[in-house]
Design a protein around this ligand. Sequence first.
Ligand SMILES: C=C(O[C@@H]1C=C(C(=O)O)C=C[C@H]1O)C(=O)O
Length: 412
Amino acid sequence: MATTIPAVQLSVRTRPVRVNHLLDQLPAPDGALAWVREGDGLVGWGELARFEISGPDRFAEAERWWREFVADLDVRDDVGLPGTGPVAFVSMSFADGPSPSVLVVPRVVVGRRGGTCWITELGGALEPTTPLPVRRPVDVRYTDGELSVSGYRAAVRTAVRRMRAGELAKIVLAHDLVATAAEPIDPRFLLSGLAAKYPSCWAYAVDGLVGATPELLLRKTGATVTSRLLAGTIWPGSAGEADHELAATLLGSAKDQREHAYAIGSLADALRPFCSTLSVPAQPGVLRLPNVSHLVSDVSGRLADDFSLFQLAEAVHPTAAVGGTPTNVAVPLISELEGMDRGRYAGPVGWIGGDGDGEFGVALRCAQVTGPVARLFAGCGVVADSDPDREVREAEAKLVPIRQALEGADRA
Ligand SMILES: C=C(O[C@@H]1C=C(C(=O)O)C=C[C@H]1O)C(=O)O
């Protein structure tokens, strides 16, 4: 466990400001923090405090650290909206293993919600600095990650065999791909590209994990909890359909409906004990993105008590959208068959406020950026009748957004 908390009582001041584009506020590539969708959300920079934790108790430990941190702040909030006041950006590891989860409390947060914009300064105002220009990655080259495409195909094949033998019903397997540029990669370039092309996704950056996810694990606003779950995927050209036929083909696919049913079942079962009411759609809809379309269910509930976002996240993570069914069989099998560390890919990512409300997405369609190297991830739900070649192509389709963001495709 690593933690830094300043000893004196910290001031936190939120006041209204005028800003145009949130992502344009980030002054430097290093330490860029973001959670932005359709122009709304939060960006942050200047690290004030950080907490790193790993292992099975990471959610409870993170919760305890954050509660202690906010207990002793001197807060003046002149705006009073979700995301004003103190905020930590959060990125949790997928697995219970040694990979760290991280909470970062920035010195400055700029937010927007509807027509209202604000700035929160923590620990006093930062000295203004000249913003560094956003740099496009130069000369990006790809190499295999820890699990190559052929290794991935073999892992899917093994999983299918084990499902046919009755060991489990669904597993989500992923692989990685390494992109290396000639110079350090600027996360702001990836964020602006992703946000422009995928406005309905949550574009995020926390401690070098950068992506745009279409999937919301949990949003807690007071006693209301909501979630957007995705499972079941089709992509243009996948089965020779015309574009307008994709949605109907996906809705009519028994395999995708089964994948979705496992995932929604796992989410609803995990949330129900915390809720006085829980509304789950009887049938999924279709979420259309430029690269893929997904079966989607928007779930909402009313919390029965004052449960925290970390407590809820611990209960629902990993849903069978990124883990499998049953979870206790699928999760160990993921690490056995992938043979790689997912790090924070497919873990909860987002923000939490001083009152414990906040939003966690599922960290998908992302890259872990370290200097000039980015490790990209994509995965697919596998069931007993999955075709390994098709899952390889599906993962390829899911890598398109982050690859294009790195390459600056479609950009001047
Ligand atoms: C695992 C990923 O995506 C998940 C798997 C999906 C599927 O198998 O159909 C769909 C959306 C996500 O829940 C990924 O993008 O890496």
